[in-house]
Design a protein around this ligand. Structure first.
Ligand code: SD4
Length: 332
């Protein structure tokens, strides 16, 4: 049942009342007066994503350049990485938790503040598409674990073994020491967060990951948490995050960045402030990476990270490039 239909159905008022506050927190209805003024010639269409996932931005661009929606573009775009078995932090081929479960987290958010999310999803290679189904076909926002998996089967998704030969071998090797460490930029995290603006000027975003490799079973990071790993406000812009999710959640990073842009900061300034807030809470810690990426309604983009090494991909009428991002620390 479609969410709107569900909410209109008065016989389901109890469930609607339960879901209403969550929906309200996703729909941003704040006043327009603080929104940065739009320039006469915004850059659009445009797509950006965390890290150098150029096949993903190319796919999203294919959708956008044909007049497709930002929502379709981000879903199609991040699915490229979910399908890539060589990417060992997203989708099929993602590394498992310490008990050997491959569990995926993803979310998606559209121009109207609708959003959907799946956490701890197993055996399904495209969590972002399940998240979109949660958004469009249920009155809810987040489905977890077995329920999310069951829902995916009901929606026609196929059961798949998400391990690859490579990740199985690495896991067997890891078990010899069972040491949990977050190696900076060394790909035990490489989440894809993607933000796009379509021809109409509407913004959408998606984020998908297998989370931190060898995490405690049951752990969920920032990536599927609306406001933490991703946030979109069609009046202002969008933001997404990569890196150690615990730190992003503690500052509700992506929501913070969008709100900073609402108050007049550029995407670059907002990302810098977001990282600085995190570092203010971690004065003596240098052992983790966070990368923020943001776009505003004008199609201006920016990024900032804790340690050097984070880049983002951008595809717009100006070209397709990998953008180096400035960092809080100069050396890791
Ligand atoms: C998480 N933020 O699960 C994700 C991991 C990540 O690049 O971003 N990897 O905490």
């Amino acid at each position: 049942m479609k969410r709107r239909k569900f909410l209109k159905n008065s016989s389901l008022t109890t469930a609607a009342a339960i879901s209403a506050p969550i929906i309200a927190s996703c729909n941003n209805t704040e006043t327009k007066k603080e929104t940065p003024s739009t320039v006469s010639n915004p850059v659009k269409p445009i797509v950006v994503c965390t890290w150098d996932f150029k096949n993903a931005t190319a796919k999203a661009w294919e959708v956008l350049s044909k007049g497709g929606t930002a929502l379709d573009a981000v879903e199609e775009g991040v699915r490229v990485e979910e399908a890539d078995e060589k990417n060992e932090t997203v989708g099929k081929g993602g590394r498992p938790d310490r008990d050997g479960n491959v569990t995926l987290d993803a979310c998606i958010m559209d121009k109207d503040g609708n959003c959907g999310s799946v956490v701890y999803l197993q055996n399904i290679a495209h969590p972002v598409s399940v998240a979109r189904k949660v958004m469009e076909e249920t009155p809810h926002i987040v489905l977890a674990g077995r329920g999310a998996e069951q829902f995916a089967y009901e929606q026609g998704f196929k059961k798949e073994d998400l391990f690859t030969e490579s990740t199985r071998k690495q896991y067997e090797e890891w078990k010899k020491t069972s040491k949990y460490e977050t190696i900076i930029n060394i790909e035990n995290h490489d989440t894809i967060g993607m933000l796009a603006i379509d021809e109409k000027g509407d913004i959408a975003g998606a984020c998908t990951t297998s989370g931190m490799a060898y995490k405690v079973a049951g752990r969920v990071g920032d990536s599927p948490i609306i406001g933490a790993g991703l946030f979109i406000d069609n009046e202002v812009g969008g933001a997404t995050a990569t890196g150690v999710g615990e730190e992003v959640i503690r500052t509700v990073g992506s929501f913070l960045i969008v709100e900073l842009m609402r108050q007049g900061k550029s995407p670059q300034e907002a990302c810098e402030e977001g990282v600085k807030r995190i570092m203010a809470k971690n004065k003596d810690r240098k052992d983790f990476q966070i990368g923020f990426l943001a776009i505003n309604k004008n199609g201006e983009t920016g990024g900032y990270c804790v340690h050097p090494g984070f880049t983002y991909r951008e595809y717009s009428p100006k070209g397709h490039e990998n953008v180096q991002v400035k960092s809080f620390y100069e050396k890791a």
